[in-house]
Structures are given as structure tokens and as C-alpha cells.
Design a protein. Sequence first.
Lengths: 417, 368
Amino acid sequence: MSGVFLRARGLSWAVGSAVIVDRLDLAVDRGELVGVIGPNGAGKTTLLRLFAGVLTPTAGEVLLDDQEIAGMESRSRARRVSFMTQDISQVFPFTVMEILLMGRYPHLGRFQREGTEDLARARRMLSYVGLTAMEDRGFRGLSGGERQLALFAKALVQETDGLLLDEPSSSLDIHHEDRIFSMCQELAREGRAVIASVHNLSVAAHYCSRLVLLDRGRIACEGRPEQVLKSEILDRVYGVRTVVSPSLATGSLTVTVVPRDTGAAGTPVHLIGGAGSAVNLTRELYRLGCSLTGGIAHEYDSDEKLWRSLGIRCMMVGAFSRITDEQIREAAPLVEQADLTILCSFPVGQGNLGNLRLASLARRLVVVKPGPEEVPRTFFSQEGKTLFEQVCAGARVLDHDAIIAELEGIRDRPAVR
Amino acid sequence: MYPFHRQNASGVDRRGLLPHHDATVNKRHSLAFTVLSLLLAAAVLLAVGIGAVPVSPASLVRLLLVKLGVGTLTLPNERDITILLLLRFPRVVAAMLVGSSLAMCGVVMQGLFRNPMASPEILGLSAGGSLGAVIAITAGVASGSLLAIPALTIVGAMLAAACIYLLSSSRGTTSLLYIVIAGMAISSLFSGLTSALLLFSREYQVSQFIFWTMGGLDGRSWQHILFSAPVLIPGMIVLSFFARELNLFTLGEEEALSLGMRVETMKRVLLAIAAVVTGVAIAVSGPIGFVGLLIPHLLRFIVGPDHRALLPASALGGALFLVLCDLLGRALLPPFEIRVGIITAILGSPYLLSLIVRIQRRNAVGAK
């Protein structure tokens, strides 16, 4: 066959009538860092157990280098695949080094003691995970995070081509989480196959080369992070409303959950912004579930970029170009269908004068009163100032918080506060 | 950065070249083993010498040397030889064998179930063995063959072990208390059956029955050593072969499986051997409590939790403990003898209580 390192074929595991893993096909090769994601109870841990040979499939098979894992001698299997469970408990006072050396079990004969080589390897792994000075410390005295790192080191001491990690960062702080996943990336680059179940989708997106989304024992979606982490897929599997957007700092995808039912959910709101003045309100209103439209925005403006990343419908003109009457006509339906049009606080020049004209078409207009840390509303010409005063005539002027409060109260939902 | 291919030649990590961890651990272990052996030798000499008729250590050593064919010293008098060879020695050897066996089985139970409160008596193996013995006595087969009692104690202990195995396998993760309570249930079932048998037994059998509730070493002869040693000594040696497997058990069964250990087979093998060893030990002495619980704990403080050291150390410690307890029982109120089971219970129960309090406190803090 194809020489894939680990392969599941029609893999199933059931207990009684409950099917935990359901006819699953998956291939993972050396050099990959695969993140297994999915809601609680989707079968992530069971899948890893089956790959580790800890559970025997009720149907189908797991192949390790084209050899069925169930028929393999258990120690030779353990020299090729290691498994880090979520169990970090220990009742007896073993030292960290003693725990690490247990990872050599599949490599040693019955009456063979760990030699200098084994000890040196354990030490290297301990310093690799950043616990250099802890070898003689009691394992039980470590924090939860340190125990996870020590058990990760133990999995490395086992010296295998495949690493299966069940939520390896569940009790780690962000620093150690970054460390453990960076190490996983490094291990994958070195030619190992690493499969980790991960709950935090943004973490999974950032580090993994491939994601497998499980839903009730089946693969709902599989591929590169940007292929799997899509709101329409995640919403269905997790049963929540999510926002997927690239992180400004790293460019990798972040997934955020937004509430389903707020008083403002579905309310059509149009935002007129520019120069980043609409960013905060966009986020807030998006979180509330308003049905947002935006514009007219200049291309590459931070408002425009945010709207685009959130999939908000918006009108757009070229950067630094002047908004024409025709574009206003085109944008008019967006403003007219909105229950509320919000005119953000931005500097008005010749280029965006058209946005004030657009605002005058609104059914209900709210003018944002800029807070001390927001973009001030300045005018480069008398024309702009006059036009602004005309537009404002029939509108209310509210600050940021008042707008949110008004929207949340739109359907008079009793607030639990 | 990534260390798999890096050798320690650069001197970056010189500690890798000096296995100081192993060296200090080995030094501590050999010291512990030397001290334990010397203490055991001293306890044996003391136990052989002290009694209703004191025998001087000098005549003891003389006897030993002559028997070993070293030198041509004059033998001590005939009466001393009889007391030493037919009464004291077999009793001390029996104490050593039973003490080591129960202590080692305690270590095995605690490791196997990752549970510091496990031991042959807490998990019901002792009660099962006792039932077997009482059946042998009431059915009258005990007087027929000397091997009837050990055969039935083995069967009883195996039965209890099978119950514990089934109960522990029916749940994925076993909490500390679950297995202890299951053991208690098995224990009381077998004890209840033992008591029920008493109702149907004749008067002369009752005194034998008492032996099976208390445990004691009085009147143990070479015969008892002869049938038990060929089982107990190989049994203990085989148990010590599985020290590393016991280490892996403490990581949890899933981790042990992923490290390539055949957990279920190992569990069955270890439980079966422990049941045989416990059964035969009980056939010699009756059920002696607390040895299997207490000794592993005390020695874990001294040699650490690694079963490769803990198992042999517990064998020495268990032997030492039981020889001393038996000596105490004989020397405390002469001419009366306090049975060794009573002494171990009196010494052991406060320890059990303090153990429970300590485990409770640790769980309350949250560091399981």
C-alpha cells in the first residue's frame, strides 16, 4: 500500500448500543501535526486510544505502516507509537526521573536495568520540555502543568515515530501551551507523526498542519485549518454561533463564540464609518447578533478589512478615492432597509463627503458622540460641516454605550443582571 | 534546539555523562538492605535465644557452626539442642516466611490497584483463605492430610482474588475507596461463611477455628516449613520479576497499555500468584493482619516507591516485623503467649488510622 504511517479503515468502537467512533477513515503520515477537534463526546479520546492500540476496535482496523495494530506484539507497537493520556494522577512518591524512565519499558528486556544511555536520554527530554532541575523532585509535588510536561517528556523518552497526545495542554498556561505545541511542530518537522486532540480551536488552527473535526464519531470535515474552521461548519457541529477571523497578530484563524439570542439579534443595522471609527461598534453589534451592513468604506481602511473578515455586506470604493453620486445610489438600499443607521465619528474630507449624504437617507439615524479615546469628528471644509449639521438635524446623538443599551433593549428582553 | 540527535560531547550537559541519580539511589538502597539484613539476623538470634528457657547466644552460635560443619567445637547440651531445633528455629523461620510473603503480597496489591490502602487482608484474600481452612477442618480432611489445609486456603484466596479482579475490571477507573469497599464486602462475605461453619462444628474444632480468626505461630514445626517454603520462596521470587510492571501499573492502566505492557494478563498473573502465596502463608500462620498494609508503607519511606527495591526490601522488612512481633508476644507476659496476630493488630491499627487521615488530608488539598 501507500506507506502511510497510521491509517484507520472503517474504524468503529461501540459500547453497548452507543457508537463512539463510527466507520471512520483517516490517514496520518510522518511529518504531520494533526489536530483532532470536536465537541465533548465526539470521540476524540476514543479515536486516540484506538490509534494507540489501547482499545481494540469493534469493527475496522488501525494500520501502522500497513501492519494491523491489533495483531502486533504490544512492546514492538509501543516502540513505534506513544500515547500521552489525560491521567496525571499518581499515588506513590515517585521522582520525576523515575516516571520518565518508565518510558523506556518497551526498549528494555525483563532483567535489563536502565543504562547510562537511557538516563541521558531522559535528562535530555526533561531539559527539552523545560524541567531541567526537576529530575529528583517528587512527581506528586509538581503543579498540574508541570506534570503534563513531565508526562510529555516521558512520551518522548519512549522514542517513537508516532506521538498521540490527548489534550496535552489542558492544564497548561499560555506560555507552556505554546511550548508544548511548538515542540510538537518541531517533532513533526523531524519526521514524526503527531496527533493531538485539542479543545481550543484557535490553538489548533495556529499550530496544526491539518485538522480533523469529529462529530458524533464521524469526521465532519478534514483539511488545512482554513478549510475546516468555517463558521457554517463549526456552528452545525458545536451548536453555537461562531466567528472565525484571522488574528491581527499572527494571521492564523481565531474562533470566537457569539451569543445566539440577544435582544438585538437580527435587527438590521447599517454602519457608516471610516478611518477605523466603526471597528468597536462593529464588534459589539456583531456580538449582539445584529444583521449588519456597512459602507461606504474605502478599500484597506481598517473598517473595511474588519467587515470583510466578518463577512459583513458592505459598499466599497478604492483607497483615497472620492465617493461618487452613483456609488451613493448603489449604497442607498442598504441604508434604507436598516432599522437603524449609525453615523460613526470620523474626520470628514472631500473623499468621504458622500457618506454624510448617504446618512441623510436613513430611516432612523443615530450620530455617534465620540468618546475621549475615539477618533474625533473633524472637518476639512465648511461644506462638510454644514452638511453634517443638516444631517444631524433629525437625528439623535448618542455615545457608544447608549447605542448598545438601546439596541439590547429593542425587543425589551428582560436582562438577567 | 531539538535534542534527539545532539550528543553530549560538547559539554553542554555534562550531567548526562555522570549518572549521579542512579549512583545516589543505589547507595541509599544498598545501605537500607545492609541495615535490614543485619537487623533481621539480630532479631533471629534474639528470637531463638529468648523464651521460657533462655539459651545463650554462645551456644546458639556454636550449634550453628557445628551444623554447618565449621570447626569442631563441643555441642551445647542436649536439652538446648532440642529446644532450638524443634521449637524455636521452625517458629522463627515460619515467622520470616509468613512475614515476607504477606508484605510482598501487600506491595503487589498496592501497586496493582494504585492504591495505598490495598493489602491481602483488606481485599479479602485472607478471609477467603481462612474460609478454605475452616472448610478443611470441619470436613475432617485436615486430619487426613497435612496438605489439605494449604490446598483449600489457596482455593479460598484464589476465589477472593477472582472476585476482586472481576469487580475491578467492571469499571474503567477505580477510585481509591471503591476497591477498598469492594474488598471489605468480599471479606465480610467470607468471614460470615466462616462463622456459619462454626455452628456446625464440634467443640474440639472450635479451638482450631480460633486459630483462623486470630493467627499465631505457636507450635509451628518443620513440617509447616516443609510444605510452605517450596511454594512461598519461588512465589516471592517470581513476584519480584514483575517489579517494573508494578511500576507501570501506578501510572494507570491506560498508560501501562500504551507502554506495551499486557495489562490484563499481568493483572491475572500477579493476582493469582499473590493469592497462592497469601493462601499458603495463611495455612502456616492463620490470617495475620496489617503486615501486608504496614510494611510496604514503612519501606516506601526508606527505599522509595520503585518496586525493584520495594519488593525485596518489603520481604526483609516483613520478616523482621513478624519475628519481632512474635518475640514480643512470647516475652511480654510469660508464661502466657500473646498471639502474633493480636500484636500486629494492636501495632497496625493506629497506623491504618493515621494513613486514612493523611490520605484524606491530601485529597482535601487537592493533590491526589
